[in-house]
Design a protein around this ligand. Structure first.
Ligand SMILES: [Zn+2]
Length: 105
């Protein structure tokens, strides 16, 4: 059965929507940043597989008829793992990134 559920996009949405989008595709999205990063495990910190860096993307996502907007950090292609942050987590994350950036490491 095809549904035609739609809603008005928030001002930041840059995703194309179709009336026959499947339920899992009914979300608003904005790409905020993309950069290479190692998607791995903690032991990788001792000997990072830098040559295996993946393209990572930061997206703002909100599903149709859902009240919550999320910050999603995931591999750009075929993401199997996603870091999903609430907007409440954005401020402490920004503080941490600013501290590391200011200190140079
Ligand atoms: Zn939208």
């Amino acid at each position: 059965m095809t549904s035609t559920v739609q809603e008005t996009c928030p001002r930041w949405c840059e995703r194309d929507h179709a009336t026959d989008d499947p339920p899992e595709s009914r979300f608003h999205e904005q790409v905020l940043a993309d950069f290479p990063a190692v998607v791995g495990h903690r032991p990788d910190l001792a000997d990072p597989p830098v040559g295996l860096a993946e393209d990572v993307v930061v997206r703002r996502v909100r599903y149709f008829h859902a009240p919550q907007t999320w910050l999603v950090i995931e591999e750009a292609e075929d993401a199997a793992r996603h870091l999903v942050l609430s907007l409440d987590a954005a401020a402490p994350l920004m503080s941490a990134l600013q501290l590391v950036t200011r200190d140079g490491g």
